[in-house]
Design a protein around this ligand. Structure first.
Ligand code: AMP
Length: 190
């Protein structure tokens, strides 16, 4: 099963991805996490991405497409994977489709998180205290929301055209969002 968790920064994708990873037993692939690790390790991709991420802008498509191509061809992705933070542009979505087509696979479902902007900012500020991320502050949040509206939101139309999108109310408590996703995916109640 190949799942995409889709939504703006702070919507709860990472939290639900980790829960789903446990529940379904397929790995969570977060391009944000992979990039933060690359920055910490000072790899080539990390050096390319560091300043861009700190500004709240999107890292070039070629960099993240390469990362996802490498990661999804690992053996643990054989039964599927859950994407968090990818694809973020139409170009990335088309590249993912092409890559999966070559592997004889396809996206199963896109779960879109609906959360209002006030709540997103509240969560981002909370996370900045807990995780000390360079991009979790009000100024960068605004830039990340701009990138989201301009470049990422259109990706949802791409998947709507393929009839793959299910919405969840991301304003609910974590457990309720988990239950809603469980119903969408026909998972047994935990
Ligand atoms: P996230 O943890 O998903 O919010 O990602 C943190 C930052 O990493 C983003 O603000 C971008 O700068 C970068 N990033 C993560 N995923 C992508 C992607 N699919 N395309 C471009 N940039 C990305």
């Amino acid at each position: 099963m190949i799942l995409i968790l889709f939504g703006p920064p702070g919507a709860g994708k990472g939290t639900q991805c980790s829960i789903l990873e446990e529940r379904i037993g397929i790995p969570k692939l977060s391009t944000g996490d992979i990039l933060r690790q690359a920055v910490a390790d000072k790899t080539h991709a990390g050096k390319q991405a560091e300043a861009i991420m700190a500004r709240g802008e999107l890292v070039p498509d070629s960099v993240v497409i390469q990362i996802i191509g490498d990661r999804t061809s690992q053996p643990d992705c054989g039964k599927g994977f859950i994407l968090d933070g990818f694809p973020r542009t139409e170009k990335q979505a088309a590249a993912l489709d092409e890559m999966l087509k070559q592997q004889g696979r396809q996206v199963h479902k896109v779960i879109a998180f609906d959360v209002n902007e006030e709540e997103l900012l509240r969560r981002i500020l909370k996370r900045s205290k807990e995780e000390n991320r360079a991009d979790d502050n009000p100024e960068t949040f605004r830039k990340r929301m701009q990138s989201y509206h301009a470049q990422t939101a259109p990706v949802l139309h791409y998947y709507k055209g393929q009839n793959l999108v299910a919405h969840v109310d991301g304003m609910q408590a974590v457990e309720q969002v988990t239950a809603q996703i469980g119903k969408i995916l026909n998972l047994q109640a935990a």
